[in-house]
Design a protein around this ligand. Structure first.
Ligand SMILES: *[C@@H]1O[C@H](CO)[C@@H](O)[C@H](O)[C@H]1NC(C)=O
Ligand SMILES: *[C@@H]1O[C@H](CO)[C@@H](O)[C@H](O)[C@H]1NC(C)=O
Ligand SMILES: *[C@@H]1O[C@H](CO)[C@@H](O)[C@H](O)[C@H]1NC(C)=O
Ligand SMILES: *[C@@H]1O[C@H](CO)[C@@H](O)[C@H](O)[C@H]1NC(C)=O
Ligand SMILES: *[C@@H]1O[C@H](CO)[C@@H](O)[C@H](O)[C@H]1NC(C)=O
Length: 337
């Protein structure tokens, strides 16, 4: 039955090949049709448009905050915060300080919308930044003290977060989503707006080709434009949890990025150079380029802030060798070889 293994006839293998192509095409289109027509997020809002600001539905508060926080181009910077990370002298304080000591990054705090997942995180958020949204769920009290991130509960939080981000897209806002353990040293917008890609992500490992799907993304920092392609893609991504119940959303992304459905949607994905958007697996090698740095430990984040302060206060013309991070390389991912 395998066309390529049969060489005795010339017509039948060819017919099989064509039939198989047609079958693949039909099933692919069928899947795409299902996704495009039945799972559109707009189907969930049958009485009101999610875009209508006057409507007092469940998105009333969120719409008000998005409007207040967004840039002229309708982009917001989002981060998730729980009580453990919001406590004084913990990750959130370091995160905010990086904006203040970064180069032209302080203004970005006006566009930061913090998604607080429990009451204490929300209360502390309000004392520190202008835009805070309380996203309470039945899991809020369990999440509040959660600092260890590979539990089943955390997995659930990640997938819920993905669905929430899709809501942001349907409300017609672009977003940067940043983990709170990412420190910001330069304004990332100039890097995003010069390219029309829909979905631009930081990487654990960057292979030099920004449009190559084989790059390893890191979902700790990414920029997504709101449009029909991204809304449908998020729908597809959220629904992929059924296929990958034990994976977190980043690993599920790595599986579905090659799916024909994604190509059919026309989603334009871009992987950002780790010289600009980096993490402990591939730290930026150039302090004159680095925009963001992602660590997971509070001590490493503090060290990164000290490194940056030393760099900007140094007399650049007197630096005898390129500046380097003081935190030793601790990447444990096997894919890095
Ligand atoms: C900070 O930004 C200004 C204006 O963009 C630039 O001239 C300067 O070189 C930057 N400083 C550093 C350390 O990158
Ligand atoms: C919260 O509700 C969801 C369903 O809405 C359920 O799957 C989950 O187990 C609940 N979590 C807790 C901690 O009760
Ligand atoms: C989706 O496409 C329709 C028709 O082309 C357009 O009117 C609408 O604004 C688009 N929605 C978004 C979020 O871009
Ligand atoms: C930086 O070093 C150069 C060369 O030694 C010197 O000419 C310059 O005045 C220094 N700049 C500052 C701001 O100290
Ligand atoms: C910078 O530091 C990292 C981590 O300690 C090390 O692996 C790397 O070789 C250093 N790079 C340079 C250019 O010194």
């Amino acid at each position: 039955m395998n066309p390529s293994s049969s060489s005795s006839t010339t017509t039948r293998p060819c017919n099989f090949a064509i039939l198989r192509k047609i079958a693949v095409l039909i099933s692919t289109l069928g899947i795409a049709f299902l996704i495009l027509s039945f799972s559109s997020p707009f189907n969930r809002f049958n009485r009101f448009s999610p875009l209508d600001e006057q409507v007092h539905d469940e998105y009333y508060e969120l719409r008000k905050l998005l409007k207040a926080a967004s840039t002229k181009e309708k982009t917001v910077i989002l981060t998730y915060l729980n009580e453990a990370w919001a406590a004084p002298n913990s990750i959130f304080d370091i995160f905010l300080e990086s904006f203040r000591i970064g180069n032209n990054t302080a203004y970005l705090l006006n566009h930061l919308l913090v998604i607080a997942v429990d009451d204490d995180a929300y209360t502390r958020c309000q004392t520190l930044v202008s835009h805070c949204y309380l996203l309470k769920t039945n899991e809020s009290s369990a999440i509040a003290h959660q600092a260890n991130f590979m539990t089943p509960l955390y997995l659930d939080i990640l997938w819920r977060r993905l669905a929430f981000l899709q809501t942001i897209l349907t409300l017609e806002y672009n977003f940067i989503i940043t983990d709170t353990d990412v420190v910001w040293f330069r304004d990332p917008f100039p890097h995003f707006i010069t390219d029309d890609s829909d979905f631009q992500t930081s990487c654990d490992r960057f292979n030099g080709d920004q449009y190559d799907l084989n790059n390893f993304p890191n979902m700790g920092f990414l920029f997504v434009r709101s449009n029909n392609r991204t809304i449908k893609f998020y729908d597809f991504w959220v629904s992929s949890r059924h296929s990958y119940p034990h994976l977190h959303e980043q690993d599920a992304f790595n599986r579905i990025k090659h799916d024909p459905v994604v190509a059919l949607l026309g989603l334009k994905v871009r992987f950002m150079n780790t010289d600009y958007f980096s993490g402990f697996c591939s730290p930026s090698r150039d302090f004159n380029k680095v925009c963001t740095m992602h660590y997971s430990k509070i001590a490493d984040l503090k060290t990164a802030l000290e490194d940056w302060k030393t760099f900007i206060s140094a007399n650049q013309s007197e630096l005898s060798q390129p500046f380097n991070w003081s935190v030793p390389n601790k990447c444990l991912y096997s894919f890095l070889g």
